[in-house]
Design a protein around this ligand. Structure first.
Ligand code: AHR
Length: 530
């Protein structure tokens, strides 16, 4: 067979033609491997509006732990990091953008060894204490009541103060409330004035201790119920302040603790707390990695976080027996992921990275809280900066927003809105023998009439095609945003801070009275109907 001579240019052209033909005729290997989307149906019951989603469900928690307060929030007035009265400007601006309704402080376990007078007056004169719960580090008390209240005012959040029951006295707690809230001429109110604050602050929420079953004093529920009654007797309302008193719940699934507290102190409390952390393995000795995980850990983590629904339902059922009118709020004042500390990082600092998986965990929990908004009146994710499932990570002067931050920002449209029920029909997402829902949704309607749908695709492999119908409402315009990433464990780093961030969502089209949504695998979508 003879050879046909071709110029180098012609040879190049032929090669390009062959490659183009192959691309058109043969599916690429990646396309061939992409699993078929699964199909689902969603009805948004705009015709059945329910109660209000309390804006406090979007609360945060900041404890004296690791680099949560010091460096994360407080750098001091003389720091080269730009700050206002010692609070770093970049972090404050990012927090303001979340519209945080309420901030819990100073702990956690730390609250039960915190003595508020330590945090007053000139900072160079404040006592240095050991933070025995969190690494035994030196607590300088540079961040005290005035600094906390200043932060709350800067970001527009209400103060939720956790009082010391474990190692304090009812007199100490009573006096702290007077110091903060009294407009009188009392010695304590005047001490506040001497320390630079003329007008009293409002303190709307007070925790009477923290985890009294464990770090708060290893108590039995009967003993704590009596202590709660005693402490709450001495917590007074001064100068028009109205403080709601919250009792601590027991370990997450200790239903007897709830029985005892509700039956013996239910009339004295306005809130009752629940803590539930999401551990991939469920084992405190080996919780699992924040970043090195595969699909099995992804599935287990989401399964563990979905347990929040069961915990709330069961505790609420007990609360309903003693408080059928739902006057006592369920306060989920610690929740979020808890992983093994990163290798080489200080174990006591509870610093962990935050991936797309954390975003999905946050979205699922917020949907659950919405669905229980008749009983859940406040939640506080643990914790705001540099600790556990944080919104923000810092490294000296650097700062990044985590995937969890973006979910809180996307979801803030639900704050104070009216819950709209959603009915989902979708296949289970299976891994091995275990199965969980593949989709998770909630919806609400705000005061201006806009309806927001939040929908999560838990399946890390398959997109979802969701045929959606709106019952009882019509809308002219739909817009949305989606948060996803190439991998389950994609994270934001100081070098690549925008690896996971929301982008406009275009995966929808209307067909008659139906909306066809195509949700990417492992994604969080928030849609707005106007
Ligand atoms: O958020 C970390 C710790 O977890 C808190 O200090 C404590 O209340 C809980 O056990």
């Amino acid at each position: 067979m003879g050879t046909i001579w071709m110029s180098p240019g012609a040879r190049g052209g032929l090669l390009m033609l062959i490659i183009s033909l192959m691309t058109v005729l043969m599916p690429s290997s990646a396309a061939a491997q992409t699993p078929e989307p699964f199909k689902a149906e969603l009805v948004i019951r705009a015709d059945q509006p329910q109660g209000t989603i309390n804006h406090n469900i979007y609360g945060q928690f900041a404890e004296h732990l690791g680099r949560g307060i010091y460096e994360g929030l407080w750098v001091g007035e003389n720091s080269p990091i730009p700050n206002t009265r010692g609070l770093r400007n970049d972090v404050v601006a990012a927090l303001k953008n979340l519209s945080i309704p309420v901030l819990r402080w100073p702990g956690g376990c730390f609250a039960d060894e915190y003595h508020w007078r330590d945090g007053l007056g000139p900072r160079d004169k404040r006592p240095q204490r050991l933070n025995t719960w969190w690494g035994g580090v030196l607590e300088t008390n540079a961040f005290g009541t005035h600094e906390f209240m200043d932060l709350c005012e800067m970001i527009g959040a209400d103060a939720y103060v956790a009082g010391n029951v474990g190692s304090g006295t009812q007199q100490e707690l009573m006096e702290w409330i007077e110091y903060m809230t009294s407009d009188s001429n009392s010695t304590l109110a005047n001490l506040r004035r001497q320390n630079g604050r003329e007008k009293p602050w409002k303190v709307n929420y007070l925790a009477v201790g923290n985890e009294p079953w464990g770090c708060g004093g290893n108590m039995r529920p009967e003993y704590y119920a009596d202590l709660f009654r005693r402490y709450s007797t001495f917590i007074k309302n001064y100068s028009g302040n109205n403080v709601q008193k919250f009792a601590s719940g027991g370990p997450p699934s200790d239903y007897n603790w709830t029985e005892v507290l509700m039956s013996q102190a239910g009339k004295q409390m306005q809130g009752y707390s629940l803590h539930h952390y999401t551990l991939p393995t469920g084992n405190w000795g080996h919780k699992g990695s924040a970043t090195e995980f595969g699909e099995e850990d992804w599935h287990k983590t989401l399964s563990a976080t979905l347990r929040m629904d069961e915990l709330i339902s069961k505790h609420s059922a007990i609360m309903d027996k003693y408080d059928p009118q739902k006057k006592v709020g369920l306060i989920v004042d610690e929740w979020g992921t808890w992983y093994d500390s990163a290798p080489g990082k200080d174990m006591g600092a509870l610093y962990q990275q935050n991936s797309l998986r954390d975003a999905v965990v946050a979205a699922i929990n917020l949907n659950i809280f919405h669905q229980h908004s008749d009983r859940v009146q406040m939640t506080n994710i643990a914790q705001m900066i540099n600790v556990l499932q944080a919104m923000i990570l810092t490294d000296q002067e650097k700062m990044l927003l985590t995937p969890t931050y973006h979910v809180f920002e996307m979801y803030k449209v639900h704050q104070g809105a009216t819950l709209i029920p959603t009915q989902l029909t979708a296949p289970e997402y299976r891994f091995g023998q275990a199965s969980i829902p593949s989709l998770h949704a909630s919806a609400s309607r705000d005061k201006t009439g806009r309806l927001h749908l939040s929908i999560v695709n838990l399946d890390p492999n398959r997109a979802a095609q969701v045929t959606t119908r709106m019952a009882g409402a019509t809308f002219k315009n739909i817009t949305g945003r989606v948060l996803t990433a190439p991998a389950m464990n994609t994270i934001n780093t100081f070098d690549k801070p925008d690896a996971v961030k929301p982008v406009p969502f275009t995966g929808f089209m209307t067909e008659g009275d139906q909306i066809m949504l195509t949700l990417p695998s492992k994604s969080v979508v928030v849609l707005e109907f106007q």
